[in-house]
Design a protein around this ligand. Structure first.
Ligand SMILES: C[S@@+](CC[C@H](N)C(=O)[O-])C[C@H]1O[C@@H](n2cnc3c(N)ncnc32)[C@H](O)[C@@H]1O
Length: 308
């Protein structure tokens, strides 16, 4: 078990996950001093090694080490949002820098954990792998060594600074790949998108052709979801799901992946749990989850988020 004392007063005032730090105000979910006592004892990868996996647990520790401890073919879905190559975000408040000097180093590391993700997945399983443009091309090639790559989802993310001598980065990719072409799940009806009808075609009897009209006169069709996602925002400070985590994914994005590619009761693994978005969505949708996160304070934040 990872132990941590209640932070001393000076640490408490400056801790980046606390409301009274320099972080912008109004974010909804912060750690409070008592949270270090409430969540003093956290399961670690050593706990996993000793007792085996327990549903709905996030283990403090390294993703690769943790994945290696999960049994073969025991997981329905992997949602992975690793630290991005090239991103200057510091998840550990200066205590730990991303260790990869080159894209090659990064891909060697990614190959090791993706191989493990493939091993733990069931035949009907799938992986969603988030990445930025810097590694996206290489990630597709790497994934294709272990999985059947089915699609590239591009999320238009309305945030970030412009660049003086480059195009502003407004996107992230999420590669979608499956274990077995014949066996993989895809619950299309659970992820169809509501689309307003512009040309209201009717059949010979004057009935709507593949669209519906409500009593209020709203005309729409449920259509297949596209692979460009322009309808999701980052979790802004005013949204209840917001936390101080620097690269938190929107719940809606994770929700879409889980709805399409897992059954209720299935096991979803997130090797890089961060603020716990995958855990929160899995719990809400009746899926089981397992995850890893190197920073114990993000696990505390996740436990608090799950309680809420
Ligand atoms: C991009 S963030 C994930 C954000 C998450 N999807 C969310 O919505 O909050 C990546 C996370 O992986 C963690 N991390 C970095 N290296 C790790 C490793 N080797 N094993 C486990 N977690 C790691 C970081 O601390 C960070 O919280």
């Amino acid at each position: 078990m990872a132990k941590r004392n209640t932070p001393s007063e000076p640490l408490a005032r400056t801790h980046p996950l606390m409301r009274n730090s320099n972080a912008p105000m109004n974010r909804t979910l912060f750690l409070e001093p008592e949270d270090w006592e409430r969540y003093a004892q956290l399961p670690t990868v050593d706990t996993l090694r000793a007792h085996g996996p327990v549903d709905n647990t996030i283990y403090v520790g390294d993703a690769l080490e943790g994945l290696r401890l999960l049994p073969d073919a025991s997981v329905d879905l992997v949602f992975a949002d690793p630290p991005y190559f090239g991103l200057k975000k510091d998840f550990g408040y200066g205590t730990r820098k991303n260790p990869w000097k080159t894209l090659e180093d990064y891909m060697t590391w990614a190959d090791a954990w993706i191989r493990e993700a493939r091993r733990v997945l069931l035949p009907h399983g799938a992986i969603y792998l988030c990445c930025g443009w810097e590694s996206s091309g290489a990630m597709q090639t790497l994934l294709s060594h272990h999985f059947i790559v089915k699609n590239r989802l591009t999320w238009r993310r309305e945030k970030g600074r412009g660049a003086a001598r480059n195009w502003k980065n407004n996107m992230e990719d999420i590669w979608y790949a499956v274990v077995d072409e014949e066996a993989y799940l895809f619950h299309l009806n659970d992820v169809k998108i509501k689309k307003e009808i512009i040309a209201p075609y009717t059949n010979a009897e004057g009935q709507p052709k593949d669209w519906v009209e409500t009593d209020e006169g709203e005309r729409f069709r449920m259509t297949c979801p596209p692979n460009i996602w322009i309808d999701l925002t980052v979790p802004f400070w005013s949204m209840p799901e917001n936390t101080p985590h620097p690269t938190q994914k929107p719940e809606k994005l994770v929700e879409r992946c889980l709805l399409a590619s897992s059954n209720p009761g299935g096991v979803v693994v997130d090797p890089f749990m961060g603020s716990g978005t995958t855990a929160a969505v899995a719990a809400r949708l009746g899926r089981r989850f397992l995850g890893f996160e190197v920073y114990d304070d993000y696990v505390r934040l996740t436990l608090k988020r799950l309680e809420r």
